[in-house]
Structure formats: structure tokens, C-alpha cells
Unconditional design. Structure first.
Length: 256
């Protein structure tokens, strides 16, 4: 699994073009996330391309999110990106698939120490934390916090972590609320993390799913794909515009 994570990154990192020695250093922005971040990353890179002194790189993969590190080790990927790119700003979003059972490799010695309600397979020495187990939120919070700490420890000056939007399906909406609560809790303990709400921008009434919103002329604008999860080009563009504004606000606040 570690090899596949590294392979996905090698060709992207190798394609990095270095600025001329005499150029002032550009503000490095990295965009990180699972499938829900892909449309946003395209719009965000396009928006940032028009701003001098900013370099943006996207690392969004069609892979499971933080709940399935056993399938794709996002923490290792984030560490590699942070070390290689040395970003000033990170824009992050995870959770397209909602809550998923968390699989943890325990080793034979650790099986006896598993909490109540956590299932284990003695043959594979893997514990499974179900989504309705209170331990799920604690473990997911540990992973979110670890991702934040890796980036902060590598010198990232500001992390913009985007909350999940309102979802059409009731189950996914419940999942998004639970995941957002975890994100808010972990961000509150880290001054360098700012949580951005997509709901305030792309829901007519935050807390209720909206496939469209009204523009300044009072005309309806579709902002979500028909899957009830992802943003379409219009929605992604609106969210990207807000993110760029926040990035430049942060830049102005930290200007010498």
C-alpha cells in the first residue's frame, strides 16, 4: 500500500517546475483530498493561476478517505507532500463516501485490548470499528488531528479545511454532520487551522440539501451534480472563489 501511495506522488512531484533563482519565492498552495475535492481543485487552480506570486499543486485521488487508511495511507501521502512541497497554505477536504467502518491492524497482542463493541478477526489481526460505535469518532478525530499536525509540523502557515456540504441522502447527511463535528473539534485545538463552511455558500438554507441556489439576479443556478454529493463546475467555482479570498486575506494579515 505504501508503494502505491508513493507511486501516485512520484510523477506529480517530479513534474514540479522550479522558479528562477532571482525570482521572489511564490506562495505555495497545496490542494489535498479525496474525490469530493477533485472538482474544487480544478476550479481553485484555475482561480489561483491568475494571481501573481502564487503556485498551486493539486493532490486529489479517487481513493477512500481518512477512515480507510488500511486501503490508502493518506497520512503518509500528506507527510510526503508537506516535506517535498513545503507549502505555505494547505486546502483540504475529505469524506466523499461518508463514514465507513475503520479497519485497524492490531497484531495478535493487541486483540485483547480492543474496546467493547470493536470486532476483531484473530486470523488477520484487524479490528473493525463500526460507524455507530462512539470509538469511531475518537479514532477519526485522531486521524484528522494527525493530518493537521503533520502539515503544521512541516511548516504550513495556514490550513483551510473545508467542511462537507449538505447531502441529499439522509444517511450521508448524518455522516457529514458527524464528520464536520470532528473537524471542528480538532481545528479548535489548532490556531493554524481554519474551517470553511461550504453550506453557507452552496445551500439555500444551511443544514438542508440544495441542488441549486439563487444568484444576485434572483435566477436559479445549479451547484451540485445529480449524485447529490459532488459539486458541479458552477458550485466548485463559487467555493473556489471564496477560498481564494480567504487565502489572500490570510496573506495580507501575515504581510510584513
Amino acid at each position: 500500500m505504501a508503494r502505491s501511495c508513493a507511486a501516485l506522488l512520484l510523477f506529480i512531484l517530479a513534474a514540479d517546475t522550479r522558479a528562477n533563482a532571482g525570482d521572489p519565492p511564490a506562495m505555495q498552495v497545496v490542494i489535498i483530498g479525496d474525490s469530493i475535492m477533485r472538482s474544487i481543485s480544478h476550479s481553485l487552480k484555475r482561480e489561483l493561476a491568475g494571481h501573481a506570486g502564487v503556485k498551486a499543486d493539486s493532490f486529489t485521488f479517487m481513493r477512500p478517505g481518512l477512515s480507510r487508511l488500511d486501503l490508502f495511507d493518506w497520512l503518509a501521502v500528506i507527510e510526503k507532500i508537506s516535506k517535498e512541497k513545503k507549502p505555505d497554505i494547505a486546502v483540504v477536504m475529505f469524506g466523499a463516501g461518508g463514514r465507513q467502518p475503520i479497519h485497524i491492524s492490531t497484531g495478535a497482542a493487541g486483540i485483547a485490548d480492543l474496546g467493547e463493541g470493536v470486532e476483531a478477526d484473530p486470523l488477520s489481526a484487524v479490528s473493525v470499528i463500526k460507524t455507530d460505535d462512539p470509538e469511531w469518532s475518537r479514532e477519526y478525530a485522531r486521524r484528522v488531528g494527525a493530518a493537521m499536525d503533520i502539515m503544521i509540523g512541516a511548516g504550513v502557515k495556514r490550513i483551510f479545511w473545508i467542511e462537507l456540504p449538505d447531502m441529499r441522502e439522509a444517511g450521508l447527511q448524518e455522516d457529514s454532520l458527524a464528520i464536520n463535528m470532528v473537524i471542528q473539534g480538532e481545528a479548535a485545538a489548532r490556531p493554524k487551522v481554519t474551517v470553511l463552511s461550504s453550506k453557507k455558500i452552496l445551500s439555500r438554507s444551511p443544514g438542508v440539501y440544495s441542488s441549486y441556489i439563487y444568484n444576485t439576479n434572483g435566477m436559479p443556478v445549479e451547484v451540485r451534480f445529480s449524485d447529490g454529493v459532488n459539486f458541479n463546475e458552477k458550485g466548485a467555482g463559487m467555493l473556489a472563489g471564496e477560498i481564494v479570498s480567504r487565502i489572500h486575506e490570510n496573506r495580507s494579515d501575515n504581510a510584513p
